[in-house]
Ligand binder design. Structure first.
Ligand code: SAM
Length: 216
């Protein structure tokens, strides 16, 4: 994935700088102004209050807010949150959009019945950072609450290499039940797709959609 300056995101001085650069350039590759397809398919399984972790410009948050859900969206990029708030105002929808680092969830006293992660989890490499994020998700999710996770799978075209089915299950081995993991198609921003038509294969799914329940 390239930033405005043409530098691969993994070579940016920090992830925050890299993501800020992408939002400043406009048309982030993932921003399709509607939820990724599996979130639409499972919408009736989601329970309020809902956290959209790594919400970007608020696409998925706003979809659920329009359905009457109580939604909080967090992202560590201030510009993304400004753009999400502007979209909410334009659409006359109420969402609590907060600038917050998802690595600090264990320090937050908020509680949610459902969490959505559309493209954040796969950013963390296996190991300490990924575990810290998963611990934070457990902290903010009520026991019995569900995480709905959309993540790159392990595929050569996945930025950062993606996440294998086994790695995904290992990350949620302690205090979670992985209810389902299915291959899923993803959609790209049309401007990005036109510029980089071969960025991702068209004939095979390169995403996972997982439903994971906090058990304890
Ligand atoms: C692939 S984008 C997906 C955005 C949005 N969920 C969507 O589907 O349009 C990943 C998002 O995670 C955010 N992000 C990355 N690391 C983060 C962190 N540590 N804390 C909060 N947000 C983070 C990025 O700024 C970016 O908006």
């Amino acid at each position: 994935m390239k930033t405005e300056s043409g530098t691969p995101i993994e070579n940016q001085p920090s992830a925050l700088a890299g993501f800020t650069d992408i939002y400043a350039a406009g048309n982030p590759p993932w921003d399709i102004d509607k939820p990724q397809p599996p979130f639409i398919a499972i919408a009736d399984q989601v329970i309020s209050p809902l956290l959209d972790s790594g919400c970007g410009k608020g696409t998925t948050s706003l979809f659920f807010a329009a359905k009457g859900y109580q939604v909080t969206g967090i992202d560590f990029v201030e510009l993304a949150i400004q753009q999400a708030r502007a979209r909410a105002t334009e659409r006359n929808l109420s969402v609590s959009f907060l600038v917050k680092d998802a690595m600090t969830l264990t320090e937050w006293d908020a509680q949610f019945a459902s969490v959505i992660d559309s493209g954040l989890f796969h950013i963390y490499p296996a190991g300490k950072e990924r575990q810290q994020y998963v611990q934070g998700l457990k902290h903010v999710l009520v026991p019995g609450g569900r995480l709905f996770l959309f993540s790159f799978r392990d595929h050569p075209s996945a930025p950062g290499g993606g996440v294998s089915n086994q790695e995904l299950r290992e990350a949620f081995a302690d205090g979670w039940e992985v209810e389902s993991v299915e291959l899923s198609d993803g959609e790209m921003n049309p401007v990005f797709a036109a510029e980089f038509p071969n960025a991702f294969p068209k004939d095979e799914p390169i995403m996972w959609f997982a439903i994971i329940r906090r058990t304890e």
